[in-house]
Design a protein around this ligand. Sequence first.
Ligand SMILES: [Zn+2]
Length: 280
Amino acid sequence: MSRGVGLDELAGARREGRGILGAVAYDTVGVEAIVTAGRRTGRPIIAQIGSSAFNHVDAGGLIAAARMIIERSPTPVGLHLDHSGSLEEIRRCLDAGYTSVMVDGSRLDFADNVALSTAAVDLARPYAAWVEAELGRIDGDEDRSIAAAGSGGLTRPSEAARFVDETGVDALAVSVGNVHGRTATPVRIHLDLLGELGEAVRVPLVLHGVSGIDGDTLAVACRLGVAKFNVNADLRAAYLAAVAEWAGEPPGDDLVGALRVARQRVTGVLVDLIAVLDPP
Ligand SMILES: [Zn+2]
């Protein structure tokens, strides 16, 4: 039975230069793909179910179903709230059994981000859940790729060290050229800056927007202190392509077949990424 993905697991990954995948799911097909990828590779993996899904389904129902699927996993699968700016939502998810949360105050100024993130840490401690926060601003859209994204606001190493000290967060999402969603031209990850952040901050770093970043860069990021890698756009693309191909033109009515192929394709993307982040 899954024991979740705890802070010890995350800290161990950082120490050993491995990466753990945080994969966004919008429905139980996605959750099953995540659990299957964990089982197939024998690696810990984190299912991220947050406002992206909550905006279109009954949140409580999806969380309950996800927990049931995750609890039967023989390998560790975390349940993580991604990008939440609401302490109320964080509390609800912790009550529902989430093993970690991300508080996102990246659009606030430094002092307000510190205050919000500190409050989230205080909230999570009694649940033994760990907290990820964001400093700097990652550009793009979390649920769909957009034509052009700017470079966001890069995370400054000196500020990052102060931020982690003042808030007590367990993991830090950084902005180093990464973008949410696929981009027309490849994103350039500022590895020098990532190296400086890895030196300045001892907690595991988190890289959002993995879709479209090449494997060599991801492997280097593992060695520079990134222990959690968030993926979403490539999973959405694999899901939709599978459904479209299976349905054909004009689309038939084999929904069961389409969902099966979608689950298999999403699992495949996850397994391939895990092989890069935590090679056998
Ligand atoms: Zn993100």
